[in-house]
Design a protein around this ligand. Structure first.
Ligand SMILES: NC(=O)c1ccc[n+]([C@@H]2O[C@H](COP(=O)([O-])OP(=O)(O)OC[C@H]3O[C@@H](n4cnc5c(N)ncnc54)[C@H](O)[C@@H]3O)[C@@H](O)[C@H]2O)c1
Length: 354
C-alpha cells in the first residue's frame, strides 16, 4: 500500500519535499499539508495536488490519513513536533538540524528509541553522486584508515533571511554552523566511518551580520528583525580512534572562495576530495602521485529524490535510515560543543549521557 505522507511546513524546504514525494507516486501519496501560515499551505496543496490542508500540525499528526510526517519548519519547533509525531505512531522525516540544540536532539532520540517508527534526518548531501562514489571506494578499503579530514563551506556573501528566524538564535540555534555546517559535519563523519567524536575546540565570529553586511539572496530580509548569530565558525573535532576533523563554515567572509561545499579525506592508502559536483581519488603508485577524477553524471537524478526513496524503503522494510536519530544527535552534540568552546575559550569534552 502506498505510504501516506503529511507535510508540516509549506515554506522553501516543505515545497522541495512535496516536489520529490509527488514524483514517487507508485510508493507514496501526499495526503495532507499544514503551515502556521495557512494560505501558503493552500498554495502548495494546489501546486502538488494535495487533498487536505489541515489547520494545525497537531491535526495533521493525529490524522488517520497520514502514516509519515515530513517536518520542514524553523529549528526551534523540530523537537516538539517530531516527538508528538513519534508518540502518535507516525514515521518522521525531520529537516536538519535534528534539534535546535543537543538537549532537544536528545529528547527526540529518546522518543525514537521507545518506538519502532522510522526517524530520519534530511541530509541530502549523503545522496549526492560524488560523495556516493567516494563512499563506495571507502567501503572497498581503497583509502585505508582515514586519520584526518577537512570539511567546510565558505559562502562569501550568503547571509539568509537577515532578521527572520534564520538569524535569531532562539529560533535557529545559531548561524552557518548549525545551518550549513551541520550538513558538512554529517557528511564528513559518515565518510570517515562514523568515528565517535570525543572533544572539540572551536571559535565563532559575527563580523558581517551585525553590520548588515554579507547579505545573500536566500529569504527576504526583515530589517526590523534580530541578528544575534555567528557568520563564521571554525573547529577541530577529535575522535575516540585518534582521527581528527577540521570544520570551517561561513555565511559571509572576505575570502577567495568558490562558495561550494568540500570534504577532503586523508587515509593511509589513499585520499578523496569532494567539491560540489566534482571530486578526486588520490593515491601514490609507481612512486608517483596518481589521481582519478570523479564527477556527477549528466543525467543524474536529484539527490533529494534518492533521499525520499530511502525514507520510504526504510518504512517498508523496517530498516534504520543511514541518517538516523543517533547520527542527528551526534551532530547536535558536536555543534553545541563548538559553541561552548567558543564561549569559554576551552576545549570541550562531549557529554554522551542520554
Ligand atoms: N536540507 C536542506 O538543505 C535544507 C534547506 C533549507 C532549509 N532546511 C531546513 O528546513 C527547515 C525550514 O527551513 P525553510 O528554508 O523551509 O524555512 P521557511 O521559513 O522557508 O519555511 C518554514 C515554514 O514553516 C512555517 N512554520 C513556522 N513555524 C511553524 C509551526 N510551528 N508549525 C507549522 N508551520 C510552521 C512557516 O510559516 C514557513 O512557511 C529548517 O529546519 C531548515 O534548517 C533544510
Amino acid at each position: 500500500m502506498a505510504i501516506r505522507i503529511g507535510i508540516i511546513g509549506a515554506g522553501n524546504i516543505g515545497s522541495v519535499h512535496a516536489a520529490q514525494f509527488s514524483q514517487l507516486g507508485e510508493l507514496c501519496q501526499i495526503t495532507a499539508i499544514t503551515d502556521v501560515f495557512l494560505p501558503l499551505a493552500e498554495q502548495r496543496a494546489k501546486e502538488y495536488g494535495i487533498a487536505e490542508v489541515l489547520a494545525s500540525p497537531e491535526a495533521l499528526i493525529q490524522s488517520d490519513n497520514v502514516d509519515a510526517v515530513v517536518i520542514g519548519v524553523p529549528n526551534q519547533y523540530h523537537a516538539e513536533l517530531a516527538i508528538q509525531a513519534i508518540e502518535a505512531g507516525k514515521h518522521v522525516l525531520l529537516e536538519k538540524p535534528m534539534g535546535i540544540n543537543a538537549d532537544a536532539a536528545r529528547q527526540i532520540l529518546k522518543a525514537s528509541r521507545s518506538s519502532d517508527r522510522v526517524v530520519m534526518i534530511a541530509h541530502q548531501m549523503r545522496w549526492e553522486s560524488v560523495p556516493m562514489q567516494i563512499k563506495e571506494q571507502i567501503d572497498r578499503g581503497e583509502l585505508g584508515h582515514i586519520y584526518t579530514a577537512k570539511t567546510g563551506w565558505y559562502r562569501r556573501k550568503g547571509i539568509p533571511g537577515w532578521g527572520t528566524w534564520f538569524t535569531r538564535s532562539d529560533q535557529s540555534g545559531g548561524g552557518p554552523l548549525i545551518d550549513i555546517g551541520v550538513h558538512m559535519l554529517d557528511l564528513a563523519l559518515y565518510l570517515m566511518g562514523n568515528p565517535k567524536p570525543v572533544s572539540v575546540y572551536g571559535a565563532t565570529y559575527a563580523e558581517f551580520g551585525p553590520k548588515r553586511k554579507g547579505i545573500g539572496t536566500w529569504g527576504k530580509p526583515n530589517w526590523d528583525g534580530i541578528y544575534d548569530v555567528e557568520d563564521l565558525a571554525t573547529a577541530l573535532i577529535k575522535m575516540d580512534n585518534g582521527s581528527t576533523l577540521s570544520l570551517e563554515v561561513s555565511w559571509a567572509v572576505h575570502m577567495d572562495t568558490d562558495n561550494t561545499p568540500f570534504v577532503h579525506l586523508m587515509g593511509t592508502e589513499g585520499g578523496a576530495s569532494y567539491r560540489g559536483a566534482q571530486g578526486k581519488l588520490l593515491t601514490e603508485k609507481f612512486n608517483k602521485p596518481m589521481e582519478v577524477p570523479l564527477s556527477k553524471p549528466e543525467n543524474d537524478e536529484n539527490e533529494r529524490l534518492r533521499l525520499s526513496r530511502h525514507f520510504l524503503s526504510c518504512i517498508q522494510e523496517g530498516k534504520q535510515p543511514i541518517t538516523s536519530a543517533m547520527s542527528g544527535f551526534t551532530n547536535n552534540l558536536v555543534l553545541d560543543a563548538i559553541y561552548e568552546s567558543s564561549r569559554t575559550g576551552n576545549e570541550v569534552k562531549l557529554d554522551w549521557n542520554l
